[in-house]
Design a protein around this ligand. Structure first.
Ligand code: AMP
Length: 281
């Protein structure tokens, strides 16, 4: 695996590959890698000739300073894991490499209403930061395929139209969520859960699954109320728990039994904020 710390180094490497008509797959991450990230890499290796991963903890997408400070950094182990799984190129940029000038971070990409709901409501500015850094990374790598995890459902919903508009030669591939045996969605933040919290956490996925199983038997209100009650019994109060339109993520209160919908949740477990989702139909 070749590691690049500079934009220019990476750019010249990928341009040679691109000029040889090879397909470049790109997996952007914030590190503290686990099997969820690796699944994106394996998908890239299947579909592309060159797989590029990046590790960059992007400060502009953290609305909460504390979350940024506590974000796990395990670079040596990440490099080992990527190497073992056949990653070709790792981009490991510094803040100065990504944001050389302040002005660059003030570009407005007009994400629209989806930026402000659900995650956007509780993490103001988060998607602006995500779009900003993905725009910078894509402009450097110019991959034919961008791999994103379904675990961050709203991120996919924000980035898919953005990429289609500004990088029309890049296809977005959404990779299904990788879970622990318990059902808990793998996340870098899980490293901060205590053993007791790890026992409770699988209830989040169980509640989403129960909603899916009972979708045609109960009203949306009943489904949400029952899930909330079960979470409350375990001391969990979600920031949001909604059934929403699968594309624009507007909350659905009465379902027509046809349109695509998804259940999404964000919940604090101790000091850790977890998100998860299940596509319902
Ligand atoms: P992050 O490092 O959290 O920014 O995640 C980098 C990429 O990995 C994003 O596209 C995430 O959606 C994806 N990802 C994170 N966790 C999982 C998971 N459990 N299953 C599938 N993809 C994931």
């Amino acid at each position: 695996m070749i590691i690049f710390k500079t934009k220019t180094g990476l750019e010249s490497h990928v341009s040679v590959v691109r000029n040889a008509s090879k397909k470049i797959g790109f997996v952007p991450t914030m590190g503290a890698l686990h099997q969820g990230h690796i699944q994106l890499l394996l998908e890239s290796k299947q579909r592309c000739d060159l797989s590029v991963a990046s590790i960059y903890v992007n400060p502009t997408q953290f609305n909460n300073k504390e979350d940024l400070i506590k974000y796990p950094v395990t670079t040596e182990a990440d490099i080992d894991l990527l190497e073992k799984n056949g990653c070709d190129v790792l981009y490991l940029p510094s803040n100065d490499e990504i944001y050389p000038q302040k002005n660059e971070s003030e570009i407005d990409h007009h994400i629209g209403r989806i930026e402000h709901i659900l995650e956007g409501e509780f993490r103001p500015g988060h998607y602006k930061g995500v779009v900003e850094v993905v725009n910078i990374l894509l402009s450097t790598v110019l991959p034919q395929v961008l791999f994103l995890g379904a675990k961050d459902y709203q991120q996919c919903a924000v980035l898919t139209p953005f990429v289609a508009k500004y990088f029309p030669d890049t296809e977005v591939v959404k990779v299904p969520t990788v879970r622990a045996v318990s059902g808990l969605a793998l996340s870098s933040r899980n490293k901060r859960l205590s053993p007791a919290e790890l026992e409770i956490a699988p209830i989040i996925f169980e509640c989403l699954n129960t909603i899916k199983e009972n979708l045609r038997k109960k009203s949306i209100e009943e489904l949400i109320n029952q899930a909330r009650e079960r979470l409350a019994l375990n001391g969990l109060q979600p920031e949001y728990l909604v059934i929403a339109d699968a594309e624009n993520l507007e909350t659905v209160t009465a379902w027509d039994k046809k349109s695509k919908i998804v259940a999404l949740i964000a919940v604090h477990l101790g000091a850790v904020r977890l998100i998860d989702n299940v596509e319902l139909n």
